[in-house]
Design a protein around this ligand. Structure first.
Ligand code: HAX
Length: 423
C-alpha cells in the first residue's frame, strides 16, 4: 500500500494544520445554539461532528469529497474508497494497488466460517455480518501497534492496514453468509484477477448475467457513505474514538444499520412490495395503491423507503437505481411496483402532512433490482448495504485517526436539569 500511504502522508500536514488552526483561532467561537426539541429529537441538525469524507444537503443529497454522487456512478468501489480517504480519485497505478490489496485479504480463515456456521439456522444475516467482522478483530494491526507502544501520530498507518483487511475480507464474509444462511451451498472462494465488486458478485453466486456485476458495482458505490451523523457512521465514530480498532467500530455501526428506520428499510421495502403483490395479485391501479398506503399510515406504520432526516428532495441514489432499471430494461412486477410507488407515495405523504420529506430515499429502489436478478432473500439486503457502508465508515475512522480526534463525550441532561435551564 505504498502509493496509498504516500498520498495520505502528503495530505497529513494540511489536515492536521486545519484542525490546529481552527482550534487555536476559533476554538471558543459559538457556531450554534441547541433547542430543547433537538435534545429530545435525536440531536437533529446539531452541528457537532466533523466529517471530511462526504456531505449531505437537504436540496441535493450526497456529495463525496464535494463531487455529486450522480457524477460518480461509473466509478469502481475501489475508486470511491480512495476518494473518500484521500480527497482525489486514484490514478491507474493507485487503483491497481488498492484492488490487489483487497484481493490479498479476500481469503477468510476457517475459524470465521466455523463461528458463522455454528450460529442457529434462523439467525438474521446482519447478526452474522456483525459477528463475522468482530471475529476478524484478532487480526487487527492497530491493536498490535497500540500494544507495542506506537505513537498516537502513527496509529493511522495500522488503521489503514485494518481497513484493507476488513474491506478485503468483508465481501467474502458477506457472500459466504448469503450462501450459508440461505442454503445455497458452500461459500464460493474469491477468484484471482477479479476486482472487488466483480469478485463479490461472483461469490454471491446469484446470477451469471453481466449486468448483475454492474448492479453490484453500482450498489457498492451508492451506499458507501452518507456523511457522519447517521446512526451507523456516528456509532462507529463513537466506538472508534475510544481507540477501539475498526473491527470493533464497524461491527458496532452495522448493528445500528440493522434497524428498520436505517438500513433495514431496504428489507422492509421489499417486504412491503411482496405484501402488496400478495394483496393485489399483481400491480394494482393508482387508486387502489393510494388507498392501501393511506390504510397503512392510519395503522401507524411508515411507508418504508420514503422520508429522510436530512433530505428534502428525491434521493439522488434512488435516481441512480431508477436510471439503472430504465437503461437495463428491467421490467418485472417488483420494478413496476417500485415505479408506481414513486408516483403515488409522495402524493400520499404530502396529503397526510406529517413527513417533512415525502420523497424516496435509496432504500425505495435497491431491493426491487436485487430481486430482479434473483436475490429474493430480502433479509440479506441490509448486508449488501453494510458491505458498501463499511467503506465510508472505514474512511471516516481513518481520517479521524490521521487527525488524532478526541474521544467523544457529549453531556447528557436529566429532565430536571433541562427544566432548570429553561426557567
Ligand atoms: N411513512 C410514514 N410516516 C413518516 C414517513 C414515512 N415514510 N417518514 C416520516 N414519517 C412521519 C414520522 O414517523 C414522524 O411521525 P411522528 O411525528 O408521529 O413521529 C413525522 O412523519 C415527522 O418525521 P420526519 O421529521 O419527516 O422524519 P424523521 O427525521 O423523524 O425520520 C425517517 C426520518 C427516515 C426515520 C422517516 O422518514 C421514516 O421512518 N421513513 C421510513 C423508513 C425509511 O425509509 N428509513 C430509511 C431512511 C434512509 C436510511 O437511513 N437508509 O439507511
Amino acid at each position: 500500500m505504498d502509493l496509498f500511504k504516500a498520498r495520505l502522508d502528503e495530505k497529513l500536514p494540511q489536515l492536521r494544520a486545519e484542525r490546529t488552526s481552527l482550534l487555536k483561532e476559533h476554538g471558543d467561537s459559538q457556531i450554534t445554539t441547541v433547542a430543547i426539541e433537538q435534545v429530545l429529537g435525536g440531536m437533529r441538525a446539531v452541528p457537532a461532528l466533523l466529517c471530511e469524507t462526504s456531505s449531505v444537503s437537504a436540496d441535493e443529497g450526497l456529495r463525496i469529497r464535494n463531487i455529486p454522487i450522480l457524477d460518480l456512478t461509473t466509478q469502481s468501489p475501489e475508486d470511491i474508497f480512495f476518494l473518500l480517504c484521500t480527497g482525489s480519485l486514484p490514478n491507474d497505478a493507485e487503483r491497481a494497488e488498492i484492488s490487489a490489496a483487497f484481493a490479498a485479504k479476500a481469503h477468510v480463515p476457517d475459524s470465521i466460517w466455523n463461528v458463522l456456521k455454528a450460529l442457529p439456522k434462523d439467525t438474521h444475516p446482519m447478526v452474522m455480518l456483525s459477528i463475522g467482522i468482530l471475529a476478524m478483530e484478532k487480526y487487527s494491526a492497530f491493536r498490535s501497534a497500540y500494544e507495542a507502544g506506537a505513537s498516537k501520530d502513527d496509529l493511522w498507518k495500522a488503521t489503514l492496514e485494518d481497513c484493507i483487511t476488513l474491506l478485503g475480507s468483508v465481501t467474502t464474509i458477506a457472500a459466504g453468509i448469503y450462501r450459508i444462511r440461505f442454503d445455497k451451498g458452500e461459500p464460493i472462494a474469491p477468484t484471482a484477477g477479479l476486482d472487488w465488486s466483480a469478485n463479490f458478485a461472483t461469490m454471491l453466486g446469484v446470477s451469471n448475467n453481466k449486468s448483475w456485476e454492474d448492479l453490484v458495482r453500482l450498489y457498492l458505490v451508492l451506499h458507501s457513505d452518507h456523511e457522519g451523523g447517521n446512526v451507523s457512521a456516528m456509532t462507529s465514530h463513537v466506538v472508534s474514538s475510544a481507540l477501539s480498532d475498526v473491527f470493533y467500530s464497524v461491527s458496532a455501526g452495522l448493528n445500528g444499520l440493522a434497524g428498520p428506520l436505517h438500513g433495514l428499510a431496504n428489507q422492509e421495502c421489499l417486504r412491503f412490495i411482496v405484501d402488496l403483490h400478495e394483496e393485489f395479485g399483481g400491480v394494482p391501479s393508482d387508486e387502489a395503491l393510494r388507498e392501501y398506503c393511506f390504510k397503512r399510515l392510519a395503522g401507524g406504520q411508515v411507508i418504508p423507503g420514503y422520508g429522510h432526516a436530512v433530505l428534502r428532495v428525491t434521493d439522488p441514489r434512488f435516481t441512480a437505481f431508477y436510471n439503472f432499471a430504465e437503461s437495463h430494461d428491467l421490467n418485472d412486477d417488483n420494478v413496476q411496483f417500485m415505479k408506481k410507488l414513486f408516483k403515488i407515495v409522495p402524493e400520499v405523504l404530502t396529503e397526510q402532512g406529517k413527513a417533512k420529506n415525502p420523497w424516496p430515499n435509496v432504500d425505495a429502489a435497491s431491493g426491487s433490482l436485487l430481486y430482479y436478478y434473483g436475490m429474493k432473500e430480502f433479509e440479506f439486503y441490509t448486508v449488501m448495504f453494510g458491505v458498501s457502508r463499511a467503506m465510508g465508515i472505514c474512511s471516516q475512522i481513518l481520517v479521524h485517526r490521521m487527525l488524532g480526534s478526541s474521544i467523544v463525550r457529549p453531556k447528557s441532561m436529566t429532565f430536571a436539569e433541562l427544566r432548570s435551564m429553561v426557567k
